[in-house]
Design a protein around this ligand. Structure first.
Ligand SMILES: [Zn+2]
Length: 459
């Protein structure tokens, strides 16, 4: 069996050369078709859950196999993995690691990660040693500037360390983990000492570091800054880019898989050599946008012929073997890119990772409920109130938004922008109550700037 280092390097090289080998979107589709037919039957047969779930389904139709989601995963976890792992044992390891901040424990050679989500809806994901090495090789291939042979010092800010991340590390590559649960100030001195060439973290943390650098209290010179785990908002992006003089790249990564990363032109491309993504479109007539919370809430969209742009991804991982991820619906909303990317990558381009499905705002339209997506709401700030540097908008009912904003003087124009976004979407404009935004410090919780705090079911 190949060592982890060999797997890492082989995956790195294969990932780096993928675009040049397949060249066109049709080539990507053909590659995925071949890969799926060779790979899926084995993992389906090895997972008791999928064996039953897909009984009678032929691999020729794999793109229309029945969809699974986090609720099904957690309910059937004991029968899901190919190594017979039980949920209680996986949770015991993950919770123990979170409490002790000691991320060494494994179950055999299997590492356990928890996916974030609203409380009570977290998912458990596990990966074997070989999968972790392959993951690391792919992440390095899609994120590191220059050659893998160059020396890099990577500072990685994360809520929880994991054996997933510790798979990366060698003499050329120094990889230091910073725990977001520790106080922000405690990171500044060790970060300056490391002086990372690559800085990775959620944008709320990166923006706070940018403020320290702009104020002369932190001297580091990263060549590349990578935003992970939260939506990258335009004002944060501008602050980070200005402070470090480096472009801000994005990685769309979840415990569910390494899903997308930005190219040299700054466009997010799906890692279609790792996962196949089928869009479940959210715009158009009769779309259930609110299904992420509490089940089958129905949202109607007045029939219109605007192009479909927003979708939830159905993910099929074409490499994972310990815990198969096949036709798995994520909770996220993605926005398709309107044009092909000039970088020439044949892989699907995204305009944005727009946030969570259950945070999509919902307005009252003439004939029913209407989704108002985060990218439209975000324009309310970027275009109507460009001086806004921070905000939090909470939709508390179909016709009501509570907006906290800094500076407060931008609140009136931002509120008008939010109302305009509702009108553009075909909904009645909401009442917007404006107040000041309290001090923001990065912490372990994910920052959400646009939050829907009411359930369509309950309304
Ligand atoms: Zn590109």
């Amino acid at each position: 069996m190949a060592t982890s280092g060999a797997v890492l390097l082989r995956t790195y090289l294969r990932t780096r050369s993928f675009d040049a080998r397949v060249r066109t979107p049709a080539g990507v589709a053909r590659w995925q078709e071949r890969r799926a037919r060779r790979f899926l039957p084995g993992v389906v047969a090895a997972s008791p859950f999928y064996r039953d779930h897909l009984a009678g389904c032929g691999v020729d139709d794999w793109r229309s196999w029945p969809i699974v989601d986090k609720g099904m995963l957690m309910a059937a976890f004991d029968r899901w993995t190919t190594c017979g792992l039980r949920l209680a044992d996986a949770l015991a390891v993950a919770d123990g690691a979170e409490r002790s901040r000691d991320f060494a424990p494994l179950l055999g050679d299997v590492a356990v990660g928890l996916s974030s989500g609203t409380s009570g809806r977290r998912g458990v994901f596990v990966a074997g040693a070989r999968e972790r090495a392959a993951w690391a090789g792919a992440v390095l291939a899609r994120t590191l500037p220059g050659s893998i042979l160059a020396r890099h010092r990577v500072a990685f800010f994360l809520r929880a360390n994991s054996r997933l991340y510790e798979a990366v590390g060698s003499r050329r590559l120094r990889f230091r983990f910073f725990d977001l649960c520790e106080p922000f100030e405690s990171h500044l001195s060790p970060l300056a000492t490391l002086d990372p060439t690559v800085l990775v973290g959620p944008p709320s943390l990166l923006a706070a570091l940018a403020d320290e650098a702009a104020g002369g209290r932190l001297r580091i010179g990263p060549r590349k800054v990578i935003s992970v785990a939260e939506t990258l908002e335009p004002p944060d992006e501008a602050r980070i880019r200005a402070a470090f003089g480096a472009p801000v790249h994005q990685v769309y990564q979840a415990t569910e898989g390494f899903l997308a990363a930005t190219c040299g032109r700054g466009t997010l491309h799906v890692n279609e050599d790792i996962v196949a993504i089928e869009p479940e479109w959210l715009d158009g007539a009769g779309i259930d946008v609110a299904g992420g919370r509490g089940g089958a809430a129905m949202v109607m969209h007045a029939g219109d012929d605007r192009p479909r742009t927003h979708f939830t991804p159905i993910v099929t991982d074409l490499h994972r073997t310990t815990q198969p991820v096949i036709r798995y619906r994520l909770d996220d909303v993605l926005v398709a890119a309107p044009h092909a990317c000039p970088c020439g990558s044949p892989r699907r381009a995204l305009a944005a990772v727009d946030g969570r499905r259950d945070d999509v705002f919902i307005g009252e339209g003439a004939v029913g409920r209407v989704p108002v997506f985060a990218d439209a709401l975000r324009r309310a700030f970027v275009v109507a109130a460009p001086e806004a540097i921070g905000w939090r908008a909470v939709q508390t009912a179909a016709g009501r938004i509570e907006l906290a904003i800094e500076p407060l003087g931008a609140g009136g124009r931002a509120a008008e922008g939010l109302r305009a976004a509702f009108i553009d979407a075909g909904a009645r404009p909401p009442d917007v109550e404006v107040g000041p935004l309290g001090p923001e410090r990065p912490g372990p919780d994910k920052r959400r700037r646009l939050v829907r705090a009411w359930s369509v079911d309950a309304a």
